[in-house]
Design a binder for this molecule. Sequence first.
Ligand code: CMC
Length: 429
Amino acid sequence: MADKTAKLHLNGQDYDLPILSPTKGPDVLDIRKLYGQADVFTYDPGFTSTASCVSTITFIDGDKGELWYRGYPIEQLAAKSCYLEVCYLLLYGELPTEAQMDDFRARVTRHTMVHEQMHNFFRGFRRDAHPMATMVGVVGAMSAFYHDSTDVNDEWQREVAAIRLIAKLPTIAAMAYKYSIGQPFVYPQNDLDYASNFLNMCFSVPAEKYEVNPALARAMDRIFTLHADHEQNASTSTVRLAGSVGANPFACIAAGIACLWGPAHGGANQACLEMLREIGTVDRIPEYIAKAKDKSDPFKLMGFGHRVYKNFDPRATVMKESADEVLDLLGVGDNPTLQVAKELEKIALEDEYFIEKKLYPNVDFYSGIILEAMGLPTSMFTPIFALSRTVGWIAQWKEMIGDPQNKIGRPRQLYVGSDRRDYVDLKAR
Ligand code: CMC
């Protein structure tokens, strides 16, 4: 990969730094030997200029607004594929043949139920627990229920853990929701496709028949697809970091879920909808735009901006189309929250501050609108992101374990604390 080098001149010495060339994207300076050779660290809080790994899974061009899974543009996958096929692609690197797809679907489908004892585990949570809080606990607890798939050095066990996680996350997310609203758990129904099964587990009750609307299932499937992976974002990096020390897959995914919950990451979809409700009416939008621009006010327009996309978020473009379809289908376009969303998007896109800082609506802005229209509470928005992203986390985790360059993730620091000093007895201070 390295056919060029960069020169570093430091303290009177020259060092050659190999330059690695990716398939796409900027060149990467290889500084792995720098500390050993030159006794110097690099400083990059937030990893804005640092590649933490080599990966073949997902590519993002933030300036062009491009997102590819294994080379396939997200727009094509969202229009032509389905989530389970995307899972196969992310996990195994290629689109499946029909036979491979049938086999994969059957394997995932047969793992959708959770251990019956886990029902008791759910009941230990407070009734009003946030579903994300429950999910962090229950997914972490999977390592206590599925001992036969926790050995990370065994390829077969890694595979079983991957399938279990993809299959059971919708069940766990739906159970967390049902528990939070005091309704009985609904068992998975294996004759339904992945998205329909999730909707059924969320919305059906024993007292009444529930028919899954195929158009809504398709919209949900698209939400899953658009969130399936996003290269080395905060939660994925968390999963890799936990995995780098050999933690079991369930513990690693629980760590990813905990990280995703943050409002600057996956928690933004809930925070965005809550913000739209707080704004309430279109006439109050200028007040919130002014708050977002005010440097002395910590308020940010949730659902706007992205660390990597500085042109537009391609997932948001697809999600916006989907939002329009779902709103039309459900006839809820005149819902006041959605009216505020549409007007806010329009005003922000024309505002000099947002244009200059390249702040566009991101995927979380529109996904919240769709989920709200479908009747899901805001507390379920991030769990849906988590279940969708599980496959990306696992694909990245598997890739890392198979990578001979893999090392324990252990950043260094720029220490600016006290110099060495001697302990002073309490009475003498
Ligand atoms: N509203 C108002 N100002 C903003 C916003 C916003 N949503 N986002 C960024 N800015 C300003 C920020 O104050 C800064 O201004 P200045 O240069 O004057 O200091 C400038 O734009 C650059 O922002 P940054 O915070 O340095 O950018 P970042 O790359 O560190 O942060 C972000 C990216 C997504 C955390 C941030 O835009 C944000 O907090 N957005 C709202 C939360 C959100 O919607 N998150 C979901 C991200 S997409 C889903 C996912 O991948 O999880």
